[in-house]
Ligand binder design. Structure first.
Ligand SMILES: O=C(O)CCC(=O)C(=O)O
Ligand SMILES: [Fe+2]
Length: 354
């Protein structure tokens, strides 16, 4: 099924189906299973998050990014990965990028008080909020959206478990103290030049369990699918003049904005848990239209100490585990340290910066 709506000549990708969250869970879970095995990307519609809430949070993000640079720099990303990341600070695909991503962003996490025992864990601590005197509604609107997406994340966990033939609450113990990150992003109008290594966001897979992405109406998101797995016959993918980002042949496909829908994609931890049955697909943001773009990613990841080990349902004598066990926290720390110029992971037990 291809997306119903399309923008600015963007090409549909039938590997990203629209999944109606108002369907009975078993039906929705069957569609989730197919999408996760195929591309690891799908849209969700009828997800229950009110459009007014989404509109309000986008309005606040436009306002926060419009603050003077010095105000944003005062909130610079701290060692708990909360705060502001300036333009070009992050390089998601160092091997192919000439400079950092042409975007700036904020990270907000689950709110953890500086004096709580949890705050001794890396990646846990208080958020850095912009000055309410300048943006009186920012915190409230952003947090309301965070909470709505948290609820949607929990519903997706149920569908993912059911899609694997597991009890619906299978993943819940690993999400008792989840690492949740809301990441508003602002891309400049700079046209990307993949051949020259200039990207809105370099090619990457997401690190965690599941990402829920809201975008404005400006296209840019693309996914890499192996040859024959895109939407052949339904419009072309982009012939990659650039070197393939991984082994084998493939193409980049647009994932266009669909009004009222979120894009959901899987991250590396779920690929590991499912022994590769579910895919954490390479994606990137390429600015082809010369307009600024705003998006908000919501990363929903297991608790810091949760063990991520191939599920018994996804392995057998003919399909031995392809990934060694890890923990959610270690996996994320390794990834942040590899891609953020400004991020230096603390040792466990170090107090966060208050
Ligand atoms: O802005 C987008 O469309 C994608 C952002 C993204 O892939 C990410 O932040 O991981
Ligand atoms: Fe991503």
């Amino acid at each position: 099924m291809a997306p119903e709506t399309n923008t600015a000549g963007a090409v549909s990708c039938n590997a990203c189906p629209l999944i109606d969250m108002s369907l009975p869970e078993p039906q929705a879970a069957a569609q989730v299973a197919a999408a996760c095995a195929r591309s690891g990307f799908f849209y969700v519609t009828h997800h229950g998050v009110p459009q007014e809430l989404v509109d309000a949070v986008f309005e606040q993000q436009r306002a926060v990014f419009a603050l003077p640079q010095e105000d944003k720099m005062a909130l610079l990303q701290d060692r708990n990965n909360r705060g502001y990341t300036p333009f070009r600070e992050e390089t998601l695909d160092p091997a192919r990028q000439r400079h950092g991503d042409t975007k700036e962003g904020f990270y907000f996490g689950r709110e953890v008080a500086a004096d709580s025992p949890e705050a001794s864990k890396p990646l846990h601590g208080p958020n850095q909020w912009p000055d309410p005197a300048r943006l009186p509604h920012y915190r409230q609107a952003t947090w309301q959206y965070y909470e709505a997406l948290y609820g949607l994340g929990m519903r997706l966990l149920r569908l993912l478990a059911l899609s694997l033939g597991l009890p619906p609450d299978h993943f819940h113990p690993a999400f008792e103290q989840p690492m949740v990150t809301l990441r508003p992003l602002h891309y400049t109008a700079e046209i990307s030049d993949p051949g020259a290594g200039v990207f809105g966001a370099g090619a990457h897979t997401d690190y965690g369990m599941v990402t829920i992405l809201a975008t404005d109406t400006v296209p840019g998101l693309q996914i890499w699918l192996p040859e024959g797995e895109g939407a052949e016959g339904q419009g072309a993918g982009h012939d990659a003049a650039e070197a393939a980002p991984g082994p084998g042949r493939g193409r980049w496909w647009d994932v266009p904005p669909v009004p009222g829908a979120f894009v959901v994609n899987l991250g590396d931890m779920l690929e590991r848990w499912t022994n590769g049955r579910y895919r954490s697909t390479l994606h990137r943001v390429v600015n082809t239209v010369g307009r600024e773009r705003y998006s908000i990613a919501f990363f929903f990841e297991p608790s810091f100490d949760a063990r991520v080990e191939v599920l018994p349902c996804c392995t057998g004598p003919a399909d031995p585990p392809r990934y060694p066990p890890t923990t959610s926290g270690q996996h994320l720390l390794d990834k942040y340290a590899a891609t953020h110029a400004g991020y230096h992971a603390p040792a466990e037990g170090q107090r966060p910066l208050a």
